[in-house]
Design a protein around this ligand. Structure first.
Ligand code: AMP
Length: 190
């Protein structure tokens, strides 16, 4: 099973992806984590993208596509991927279908965590205290939320049309969300 999870930054998609990957033995593919690793490893790519990421802007579609294809192409990850942070726009959503198709796979379910801006602000300020991420100040957080809402709505429509989209109330407790997601996945697995 391949799964897409999305929600605005701070919606809890990282937490939920970890839960799903442990429970169903899937691999969490977080494009944000992959990109941040390039920066900490001081690779050429990392130096190209650090200012973009720190400003809360999106990295180019091509760069992110190349990163995720490395995983899609590997046998050990076949039908075992959770896409966390990808796709972020319509072009990426179409590209993901093309890449999966090329490697004889498809998306089985799309989970959208729905959360208000007020909740996001609260969670981001908590995370800033714990992780001290450079892109987690409140101003940047609001910018990322607004950018996210703008680019993601065509993606939501795209997955609605293909009947893959499940909307989850991201304001509920972590355990409640875990339960709701498990229920949805069980129906797909039959
Ligand atoms: P995240 O950890 O998913 O919130 O991502 C952190 C940052 O990485 C984003 O603000 C973007 O700068 C970059 N990023 C992550 N995923 C993508 C993507 N699919 N397309 C473009 N940029 C991305």
């Amino acid at each position: 099973m391949n799964l897409v999870i999305f929600g605005p930054p701070g919606a809890g998609k990282g937490t939920q992806s970890k839960f799903i990957s442990n429970k169903y033995d899937l691999h969490q593919l977080s494009t944000g984590e992959l990109l941040r690793k390039e920066i900490t490893d001081k690779t050429d790519l990392g130096s190209q993208i650090s200012s973009i990421i720190n400003a809360g802007e999106l990295v180019s579609d091509k760069i992110v596509s190349n990163l995720i294809e490395k995983f899609i192409a590997k046998d050990i990850f076949k039908n075992r991927l959770i896409f966390d942070g990808y796709p972020r726009n319509l072009n990426q959503a179409k590209n993901l279908d093309t890449l999966l198709n090329k490697h004889m796979q498809k998306i089985d379910i799309v989970l959208k965590l729905s959360v208000s801006l007020d909740t996001i602000k609260k969670r981001i300020s908590e995370r800033q205290n714990q992780e001290n991420r450079a892109d987690d100040s409140e101003k940047i957080a609001i910018k990322r939320f607004n950018n996210y809402e703008l680019t993601i709505s065509p993606v939501i429509d795209y997955y609605k049309k293909s009947n893959l989209l499940k909307v989850i109330n991201g304001e509920a407790s972590i355990t409640e969300i875990n339960g709701e997601i498990s229920g949805l996945i069980e129906t797909i697995k039959g």
